[in-house]
Design a protein around this ligand. Structure first.
Ligand SMILES: [Zn+2]
Length: 250
């Protein structure tokens, strides 16, 4: 049965009346494509937890180990496909002249679903950054063997690292500022698949709401955001977002 009901009517009404839309997405949207969170007991790789590998200290100690883990993760991301929720978000982008997608996800699935006006808040698993000259570049299409040596920067020979915000690191320059600035002028903010435990994205949503945006939360679980939202669509984004997109005038 397709997702339906008064909450969907209300969300469609909000979007139909908004001039600009900010969409914030988190791990729940990727989980529907089979991407694990890599946190907690389910995310173990060679008996390491994510918290032991996704840190600047772990990289300094053993860059080869950290790269092996990222090659393994990257292959999982490349073998996954964007789901109906990703595609609906790309469809929403086409309906709004003023639009921004800010995602916590690093897997690249939004881009593969044709989202273009987007900020990757935590970086991308498909990008490297040179620890010498700072250049950010695409990684080769094929991740290669898990235990290949750590890649080096072609221009300067420096060690490359994943262009990801690790535990204990600040956000990449300008990213949060851009998201907050957009949220403060947005007519509507739609949050999908984020847990309220990850604070900066939740803060962006609540700050935007305080500045006048209508807040829609899409999450099967009740969170701090769903409690604060003007409308809560209590369903997976792969079900509710296509239904919401279908309600909008073309
Ligand atoms: Zn370099």
């Amino acid at each position: 049965m397709a997702f339906d009901g008064p909450d969907l009517d209300r969300a469609a009404e909000i979007l139909a009346g908004a001039e600009s839309l900010l969409v914030l997405t988190g791990a729940g949207v990727s989980a529907e494509s089979g991407i694990p969170t890599f946190r907690g007991a389910g995310g173990l790789w060679r008996n390491f937890r994510a918290e032991e590998l996704a840190t600047p200290e772990a990289f300094a100690r053993d860059p080869g180990l950290v790269w092996s883990w990222y090659r393994w993760r990257r292959r999982i991301c490349l073998e996954a496909s964007p789901n109906a929720g990703h595609l609906a978000i790309a469809g929403l982008e086409d309906r709004f002249p003023s639009f921004l997608l800010a995602t916590q996800n690093v897997d690249g699935l939004h881009r593969r679903a044709s989202s273009r006006r987007m900020l990757e808040l935590h970086g991308s698993i498909h990008h490297s950054r040179c620890t010498g000259c700072g250049t950010v570049a695409d990684l080769p299409a094929d991740p290669g063997p898990e235990d290949a040596p750590p890649p080096r920067c072609a221009p300067c020979g420096g060690l490359l690292r994943p262009h990801i915000v690790w535990f204990g690191e600040g956000y990449h320059e300008g990213v949060l500022e851009t998201a907050f600035a957009f949220a403060r002028t947005a007519g509507a903010i739609l949050v999908a698949g984020t847990s309220a435990m990850v604070w900066p994205p939740a803060a962006i949503a609540l700050d935007g709401q305080a500045h006048g945006a209508a807040l829609i939360d899409v999450n099967p679980e009740e969170t701090e955001i769903s409690r604060a939202a003007d409308v809560w669509l209590a369903a997976p984004s792969g079900e509710s977002l296509p239904a919401l997109l279908a309600r909008l005038p073309r």
